[in-house]
Design a protein around this ligand. Structure first.
Ligand code: FPP
Length: 243
């Protein structure tokens, strides 16, 4: 990383390509997911070291339940394994872990692990690591709409109280800096129901690299590309743009 580069505060990643990575090696897809976890470790460590404040990773989408049950089980087992194995080291490195998504569909065991992990790290002041698990951008907007509607029905809010700011308060990531950069590996050019509301003004970066092959120097490439973008947030003047 050169000194002049501006490091985005919040980076979100769609980690795609694990299955193909494994297939290219004549291995089952779960092998690709395990290799993907190794890449997660490297990127989390590197992102924290260069001053990224928030990293949000798409680990399991609401649509991933449609995959064969063996693959769903492998992904959930890997999540449990990662929580068991990495919690101490994340905590020691001052990382605050947050899971976003509808965790009610997971087993009680996994839900408890998630709650304990969040509890253990909640006072850490270093990198905020959000793992999106059973997450969908549409689900997120809908759950916010339901909470707001409930408050209108109860008389705690009026229709005029419903502003973008008020709505955002009910969305995942509401208390964190805006997403500056979305990276998608694996060669597809879409968002796949990841953060929708939250990426309205994010820069998007797509690469053909399969997720298990993604590494710190490729992360630097994405940041370099981010630094070439002119962010206007809907306005016309970027003179005010700061890092
Ligand atoms: C997409 O690749 C990746 C996933 C659905 C899962 C991502 C999971 C990990 C990187 C490992 C676990 C991470 C944590 C934080 C526990 P794909 O299977 O769609 O690949 P393909 O497009 O090549 O089929």
């Amino acid at each position: 990383m050169t000194q002049q580069q501006c490091v985005p505060s919040h980076v979100a990643i769609i980690m795609d390509g694990n299955g193909r990575w494994a297939q290219h090696r004549n291995q089952i897809r779960a092998v690709g997911h395990r290799a993907g976890l190794k890449a997660v470790r490297k990127i989390v460590t590197y992102a924290a070291s260069i001053g990224v404040k928030v990293l949000t990773l798409y680990a399991f989408s609401s649509e991933n339940w449609k995959r064969p049950s063996t693959e769903v089980s492998a992904l959930i087992s890997l999540f449990i394994y990662a929580l068991n194995r990495e919690m101490k080291s994340l905590n020691k490195n001052n990382v605050r872990l947050n899971i976003i998504g509808d965790i009610s569909r997971f087993s009680n065991h996994l839900q408890n692990m998630i709650i304990n992990a969040e509890q253990l790290t909640k006072n850490n002041s270093g990198l905020v690591l959000n793992i999106a698990a059973n997450y969908g951008g549409r689900w997120d907007i809908l759950q916010s709409a339901k909470k707001i509607t409930e408050q209108v029905v109860n008389g705690h809010l009026t229709l005029d109280d419903i502003t973008e700011e008020r709505f955002s308060l009910e969305m995942s990531l509401y208390n964190l800096p805006e997403v500056d950069l979305v990276i998608r590996t694996g060669g597809d050019y879409r968002i796949s129901n990841f953060l929708l509301w939250q990426i309205a003004y994010s820069e998007l970066y797509f690469t053909d690299i399969l997720w298990p092959d993604f590494n710190p120097s490729l992360f630097d490439e994405a940041i370099k590309a981010f630094n070439t973008r002119e962010r206007r947030f809907g306005g016309i003047d970027d003179k005010e743009q700061t890092c």
